[in-house]
Design a protein around this ligand. Structure first.
Ligand SMILES: Nc1ncnc2c1ncn2[C@@H]1O[C@H](COP(=O)(O)OP(=O)(O)OP(=O)(O)O)[C@@H](O)[C@H]1O
Length: 180
């Protein structure tokens, strides 16, 4: 039987730092992360526990190492994985996930998507090199990617007339292919 730690759905919470505007407006930080525990205290008495909790000072690479690294390694063993960010507007989903346009962003600021793509292609290269060194047939990989951004109804309404009533999402034309 799978233990709680083996559960196939894991939920992580990331608390973003206050924005300049929030500081200027005198907003207070109302979260307190329990040291050594994946638990956050909201206000004085509301405690919530997750698989991981990342406090204000967490780095992008920390999030990747704890939540995503294992999933990409699992792909090489044939496992599927999904990572998605959920939260209210301005909570840091885009910052944490990263985008396909992070190429000019400093390495330490890069989000999950560019890190995962880099990890995947590095893994492919390593496995091919290893096969070559061992004199075995190099493995073949096919990578394809789609980038999907979901909108909620209110945002779609902003597009008014130009809106396709059945369209609740937009796919970018970014495609990464490696056939070898
Ligand atoms: N961990 C973080 N460290 C530093 N800045 C952050 C962090 N998380 C978010 N931000 C900043 O906070 C702002 C809002 O974040 P972001 O755009 O990622 O939110 P979002 O959840 O994607 O919002 P929306 O749903 O409106 O697209 C951005 O300026 C972003 O750079």
């Amino acid at each position: 039987m799978a233990s709680q730690n083996d559960c196939c759905v894991k939920v992580s919470l990331r608390i973003r730092p206050q924005m300049a505007k929030e500081k200027i407006e005198g907003c207070h930080v109302c979260t307190l992360v329990t040291p050594g525990e994946p638990q956050v205290l909201l206000g004085k008495d509301k405690a919530f526990t997750y698989d991981f909790v990342f406090d204000i000072d967490s780095a992008q690479k920390q999030i990747y190492a704890a939540c995503v690294h294992k999933l990409i390694e699992g792909c090489f063993d044939g496992y599927n994985a999904t990572v998605f960010a959920y939260g209210q507007t301005g909570s840091g989903k885009t910052y944490t996930m990263g985008t396909g346009f992070d190429v000019n962003v400093q390495e330490e600021e890069q989000g999950i998507i560019p890190r995962a793509v880099h990890h995947l292609f590095l893994g492919i290269k390593e496995r091919k090199t290893q096969a070559q060194q061992q004199g075995t047939h190099p493995p073949e990989f096919k990578v394809s990617a789609q980038f999907l951004e979901l909108y909620n109804e209110e945002i779609l309404d902003l597009f008014d007339g130009a809106r396709d009533p059945d369209c609740k999402s937009r796919k970018s034309n970014i495609k990464i292919h490696e056939d070898s």
